[in-house]
Design a protein around this ligand. Structure first.
Ligand code: GLN
Length: 198
């Protein structure tokens, strides 16, 4: 499992992932090219999407992530990570997203008045509400039929899935509720890619 570790809440993701993995696999922090091709799953953490995108382009890790995704390796992208994997960003001209997921995202969609907040959201497939932590969060404001919306706040989607891509507008690594991490591990088990063959 590779955690893209250029910037953002990397250590929280490493800890959350190690907790759900138990002994099932190891977590590696990715700061250079050559590591992603050996990963069976990839996490793109929250942080600052402009900065993360710049590092992805500079190091070639962005192209590796795209290649891994195209060969079916699951990706969990949270907050800024969701912005990075999107097809389109509303009113953003300074950088281009990777264009992996068929979604249109708005950055800082919940406004400065609500910079950070928690909300209980209903998630399809979950038996009880999930308490989600939003920090200057994006929202998915448009999506194609390839995208399954798992949770919404008003008209916007805040949890989305498209094949091996799981996009979350909030921070699952900041709460003890591991249900999204479990979902992601299930996605990896379903694929069961032998990374040695790629
Ligand atoms: N607002 C940030 C951005 O646009 C994302 C915030 C976050 O990841 N917590 O990159």
């Amino acid at each position: 499992m590779g955690i893209i570790a250029f910037q953002g809440d990397v250590s929280e993701h490493v800890q959350a992932m190690e907790r759900v993995l138990g002994g099932e696999g190891s977590v590696v922090e990715v700061r250079r090219g050559g590591i992603v091709p050996g990963c069976d799953g990839i996490v793109l953490p929250g942080g600052e999407s402009t900065t993360i995108s710049r590092h992805l382009a500079r190091t070639g890790v962005g192209d590796e992530v795209r290649g891994a995704s195209e060969s079916g390796v699951p990706i969990m992208a949270t907050c800024a990570g969701l912005i990075v994997i999107s097809r389109e960003i509303v009113e953003e001209t300074r950088f281009h997203p990777l264009g992996l997921m068929d979604v249109r995202v708005a950055r800082n969609a919940f406004g400065s008045q609500r910079e950070s907040f928690e909300a209980d959201i209903d998630v399809s497939g979950f038996g009880s509400p999930y308490c989600a932590v939003f920090i200057r969060a994006p929202a998915v404001v448009g999506w194609s039929r390839k995208v399954e919306v798992l949770a919404r706040i008003e008209d916007a989607a805040v949890a989305v899935r498209q094949n091996g891509l799981l996009g979350l507008a909030f921070h699952p690594e900041l709460t003890a509720d591991g249900r999204f991490h479990e979902m992601f591990l299930d996605m990896i088990r379903e694929v069961d890619i032998d990374v040695g063959d790629r």
